[in-house]
Design a binder for this molecule. Sequence first.
Ligand SMILES: CSC[C@H]1O[C@H](OP(=O)(O)O)[C@H](O)[C@@H]1O
Length: 349
Amino acid sequence: MKPTNVNLNENKSAVVILDQTKIPNEEIYLELKTAKEMYDAIFELKVRGAPAIGICAAYSIYILAKNINADDYNEFLSVFKENKEYLNSSRPTAVNLSWALERMEKVVISNKGKSIDDIVDLLEREAIEIQEEDIEMCRKISELGLSLLEKEDGILTHCNAGPMATSLYGTALGPILLGQEKGYNFRVFADETRPLLQGARLTSYELDKADVDVTLICDNMASIVMKNGWINACLVGCDRIAANGDVANKIGTSGVAILAKYYNIPFYVLGPTSTLDMGCKTGNDIKIELRDGNEIKEKFYKKPMAPKRVNTYNPAFDVTDNSLITAIITEKGICRPPFKESLLKISKK
Ligand SMILES: CSC[C@H]1O[C@H](OP(=O)(O)O)[C@H](O)[C@@H]1O
């Protein structure tokens, strides 16, 4: 199977992405050729999800590098860095964006002395490697995540961390999709995830397509489904994992974690080690993206649902304290408290 959410086009002149803002009503693919098209696609969540953003950025900076008209290496590197800083400024919270761009920049810097054409070829290979590594990472995460679940479990999810948000298997949805293939009989409750409805638009779409028993709920219904005893585990993705195990993820995740703690339900975070940021000591060091308040007041309504002059506060992420997390499932293993030690160990594997 090949990823369908982010690829190069046939003549390698553009990044081709599945426009996630059109799901579930249309499957539309876009060709990104210019730096602005690439920036806007990430900023407008046409491509979204930490790993998918990183993969898209890697292919994007490769396409832009192909089009740099430089007389020498230093000029090439200077324009490359400009492109990198521009793409990196699109969204601040998911570490995979800067991680992928820094990894691509390392290819340029470590191959000084080679021809620019050779460096560009190496950039293409690095971008492909980033995507292929993510496929393997997510497959392993799915297997390890599935080992924590029972065949008839009720599972609550928040936001979307499925194939569209990654490369092929997903992270939080990976164990669910893998279990479905193996004949498990999960019952999934998907938070719609206001304000951008990734749960409604994307998670219920991906799970329904795989014939998983998925029930869509409003975010404020997470407590009652847990109280009813319908949830055996919560599975969520991540955008940045701090060295102490604090996790930045879609806004509302920390609330789900607090509810899970109250109802004594395991709360699992799933993500590749490329989302681990050991340079970030705690969640307090994670920059939280603030977005336009119109996403709250009017984006998905026929008419605005709040007075025009009313203030809004629209953080796209929040940080779940490590004390609320049962385990962090990565491709290198399952990390349990104390996370400072378990994450340090896994970061060195
Ligand atoms: C597999 S990473 C998915 C992660 O990214 C989402 O954020 P966004 O939709 O804004 O890109 C959300 O936090 C998911 O858990």
